[in-house]
Design a protein around this ligand. Structure first.
Ligand SMILES: Cc1ncc(COP(=O)(O)O)c(C=O)c1O
Length: 374
């Protein structure tokens, strides 16, 4: 049987990794500034993480949510502490799309309303509700298309007001649009959005799947603006590669038995991976490192003649290039052995590296970028 070919693949197979270094099956080394799509937060094969996951696997890997899994409570406490959302509740799932699916469903249950406002160029995942609020008709099957989703423009509060009504359960917005090309909602806009949602009785869902978990130098990107969300979705960096997703929920939203559920979500092994990740992050102050290294990188790239626009915060960086960004990205990979991300619609190279990156690794990227854009 062959695989179902839905991805464009690079002819590279990665065999092992450590920190930000990837090694392919031919022994070639690469610098990973993509983090497997923003997933590797504390570095590949981080020692304490490997130890914790291995030890857990030798005890118990999985049991269902029909029993207490104390790990979940421990993780909730750590997340409350590191995120500053001290009284929020945690619900664990397995992926980003599933986190958004549950966030939207929960908002609809709580408000007893059926519509949602989403933003142009947003990406929220590929399951049915998540893809319905994703602004990409090509990845929506006919069954996903719905008139329950109302569209507004990022950073344009009037466009939100124009579609807001008494049946809107929630507004969903990315902390920073990732796939859309590292587009940042302004502080003013987020504050106005928060106010509008509260006034209308709609929940504010912030998708921090790519922009959260320390990536921007604060635990969640929206915390740069001082607003609070009602539900926050996360995944990617949460367990350094182990598939875990989650939502954090305003304590005013009551839980009812059966309203949400999952077989795999919150299992022992996933929790051990997530717990080890957050512990390593806290111990090494990786959120601060993201802020510092981001500043260093922005300082190095600012005013570069090959760059048309430089966007982002911390270690979520969008480099819109003057020349064809896909060509530059290919040269970075094949000539300079550096993995980066890409947002095609806006000719932008996306850097979402592990949060443990050092100045030396940034210098190597800047040197390579200079070379391939000469
Ligand atoms: C902002 C955002 N939301 C949701 C998702 C979907 O996450 P997953 O692929 O884990 O379902 C992604 C994935 O790229 C994302 O960037």
């Amino acid at each position: 049987m062959n695989t179902f070919e839905v991805f464009k693949l690079y002819p590279i197979a990665i065999e092992s990794a450590k920190g930000l270094e990837l090694t392919d099956t031919e022994g070639k080394k690469y610098l990973d500034l993509y983090g497997g799509h923003g997933v590797i937060s504390i570095g590949h094969c981080q020692e304490d993480y490997v130890k914790a996951v291995t030890a857990q696997l030798n005890k118990i890997g999985f049991y269902s949510n029909s029993v207490r899994i104390p790990f979940q409570e421990e993780l909730a406490q750590k997340l409350q502490k590191i995120s500053g959302y001290s009284d929020y509740k945690l619900f664990l799932v397995n992926s980003g799309a599933e986190a958004n699916e549950n966030a939207l469903k929960l908002a609809s249950f709580y408000t007893n309303r059926s519509k949602v406002i989403a933003f142009r160029k947003a990406f929220h995942g590929r399951t049915s509700l998540a893809v319905a609020v994703t602004d990409s008709p090509a990845i929506q099957a006919p069954i996903n298309k719905t008139d329950k989703v109302l569209w507004a423009e990022l950073n344009d509060i009037e466009s939100v007001k124009a579609v807001m009504d008494s049946d809107v359960a929630a507004v969903i917005i990315e902390g920073i649009q990732g796939v859309g090309g590292v587009k940042i909602p302004s502080t003013d806009f987020l504050k106005q959005l928060r106010e509008l949602c509260s006034k209308n009785g709609s929940l504010l869902i912030i998708d921090e799947i790519q922009s959260g978990y320390g990536r921007t130098g604060k635990f969640y990107a929206h915390q740069h603006s001082g607003v609070k969300a009602d539900i926050i979705s996360m995944a990617k960096g949460i367990a350094n590669g182990f598939p875990v997703g989650a939502i954090m929920i305003n304590p005013e939203i009551p839980a009812k038995f059966g309203m949400l559920g999952t077989t795999f979500g919150g299992n022992h092994l996933g929790c051990a991976a997530a717990l080890a990740t957050v512990e390593v992050m806290m111990k090494n102050n990786y959120v601060d490192n993201a802020a510092k290294m981001g500043e260093y990188l922005f300082g190095k790239l600012k005013g570069h003649k090959a760059i048309k626009d430089l966007r982002g915060k911390g270690l979520m960086v969008g480099i819109e290039t003057v020349a064809d960004a896909s060509e530059i990205r290919n040269r970075l990979l094949f000539d300079e052995h550096i993995f980066t991300g890409f947002s095609g619609g806006v000719n932008t190279i996306r850097l979402i590296p592990p949060l443990c990156i050092t100045k030396k690794e940034i210098d190597r990227f800047v040197e390579a970028f200079d070379k391939v854009t000469k």
